[in-house]
Design a protein around this ligand. Structure first.
Ligand code: SR1
Ligand code: MG
Length: 405
């Protein structure tokens, strides 16, 4: 499908704001002191504008292709609608934890978001060695609110069906199906590693147990329409803020939910676990063992907060006739096991696949080798050991044992 719409540039942001009265009330388009393109993701354009009164606004626009590669990889800009809708649906379910959508333009696929310049992308903060206590727990509460509020537990049948239909997201889901589940072990020509990790990638691809586990994970991802999940909940999809000189986080904002669709709840949890492990691998490689252990402890913090919040909201479920407390236990146990599988997929794709992470990529090459190998080993062992003890503590212990050595 051809898409013909005007792309925003630094020079046209003010004009755009002028055309939207609700935005021109929030920031003065005739008095902008800066407009910067700050997009560092793989897909979109992102601009932040500021006026002389210190007011800010973020404009995000989808391109009809993947920004990371260019027009050779077409990608529906409809993803902007999925993102705007899901952020708006998630916000009341996780109060204060979701970036606010101020406006959406479906003709040009532009979302206006609150300016979060006083926050930092969590991955960047982790890479700088910064600690934001409480962020992992808040992320867990967000996943719980979304799980209960967008699933059959929180929505009447007809509304659920409408939401399901409105959030079908095949192109973005296929990116995940290919890049996260298939390609780490079946290279489609997009994989790469540094030479020192080439053998690790080969060993991953011939690990039959791992490949079979990825098959199960892909099946779950494609069939288990439990809730309107974020779909790409890594540390680059969360902004964090702490008061000056304090490690306690006073705000987190989840954003970038263009991969949202009705999928498995544990996918978002596994994505977080994987990215904490990758952050820990970086810290261990740099010899920052205490901070690495802190990063691994985030796994349990997210799970515990998720579980606590889900249990707290459980009495709100709509139909209590057959979904009693034993089913609650069953759900939590299933999600815990599935989180291991999804975390393994996410860890492997970030090391050998097309879209890597700055945590590992910005390490000096001699440190990258061991960090990358440790993450891959954790992924391979995780799929083998999840069944014996699927607690988040066991996951952390496994990652710690591998990454320390
Ligand atoms: C082609 S998009 C590559 C990756 O970027 C996003 O953040 C998703 O994780 C996707 O898999
Ligand atoms: Mg993204």
């Amino acid at each position: 499908m051809a898409h013909d719409y005007e792309f925003l540039t630094v020079d046209t942001v003010a004009d755009y704001i002028r055309t939207v009265p609700t935005l021109a009330d929030l920031i003065d388009p005739d008095d902008l002191v800066s407009v910067d393109e700050i997009g560092d993701g793989n897909l979109n354009l992102v601009f932040v504008a500021k006026d002389s009164a210190g007011r800010g606004l973020c404009l995000k626009q989808s391109l009809p292709y993947v920004r990371m590669t260019g027009p050779d990889w077409p990608m529906t800009p409809e993803r902007s609608r999925l993102e705007a809708d899901s952020l708006r649906i998630h916000a009341p379910l996780a109060p204060g934890l979701v970036s606010e959508v101020l406006h959406y333009n479906h003709d040009r696929f532009i979302i206006a978001l609150e300016d979060l310049s006083d926050h930092t992308v969590w991955r960047a903060a982790l890479n700088e060695g910064l600690v934001h206590d409480g962020a992992a727990a808040a992320a867990g509460r967000y996943v719980a609110g979304v799980a209960l509020g967008t699933s059959v537990l929180g929505l009447e049948r007809e509304e659920l069906a409408e939401r399901l239909a409105a959030s079908v997201n095949p192109q973005l889901c296929q990116i995940t199906e290919d890049l996260v589940f298939t390609e780490p072990s079946v290279d489609a020509g997009r994989n790469s590693t540094i030479e020192a990790n080439a053998q690790d990638a080969v060993e991953l691809s011939v690990d039959a147990e791992f490949v079979a586990a990825m098959g199960r994970a892909k099946w779950l991802f494609m069939t288990k329409a439990e809730a309107l999940i974020h779909g790409d909940l890594h540390t680059g999809s969360i902004m964090v803020r702490s008061p000056e000189g304090n490690t306690e986080c006073d705000s987190i904002k989840v954003f970038d939910s263009e991969f949202a669709f009705y999928g498995p709840v544990a996918f978002d949890l596994g994505a977080l676990w994987a990215n904490y492990t990758i952050a820990a691998a970086r810290a261990f490689a740099l010899g920052e063992d205490d901070r690495a252990q802190w990063a691994l402890a985030l796994v349990t913090q997210t799970w515990d907060a998720f579980e606590e919040e889900f249990r707290r909201r459980w009495p709100d479920r709509l139909d209590q006739r057959v979904w009693g407390d034993p089913f609650l236990e069953e759900l939590l146990a299933t999600w815990q096991q599935e989180a291991w599988l999804f975390a393994a997929a996410k860890m492997s794709r970030r090391i050998v696949g097309a879209a890597k992470t700055t945590d590992i990529e910005t390490l000096p090459e001699n440190l990258r080798e061991g960090a990358a190998r440790g993450v891959l080993q954790t992924a391979r062992r995780a799929v083998r050991e999840a069944a014996a003890d699927s607690s988040p503590k066991a996951f952390t212990a496994l990652a710690s044992e591998i990454l320390v050595s």
